[in-house]
Design a protein around this ligand. Structure first.
Ligand SMILES: [Zn+2]
Length: 65
């Protein structure tokens, strides 16, 4: 089940789309500035994040994951 919300973008203040998938994954994306945040709600861990001016990164350690 996916819930979709419109929220103000944390990066640019424009409208961003937040999707909550299966009550476990929160995905926030903004088309205006390419902001992206994917977070696990159960652990609070950021799975993937991207914002303009910040290099895209993945915080999952390939060794432990
Ligand atoms: Zn934005």
């Amino acid at each position: 089940m996916t819930k979709t919300q419109i929220i103000p973008c944390p990066n640019c203040g424009d409208r961003a789309i937040r999707k909550i998938v299966d009550n476990s994954i929160k995905r926030t994306s903004c088309e205006s500035c390419d902001y992206l945040l994917v977070q696990c709600l159960k652990t609070g861990k950021v799975i993937e994040a991207y914002a303009p001016g910040i290099n895209s990164y993945c915080v999952i350690d390939p060794v432990s994951a």
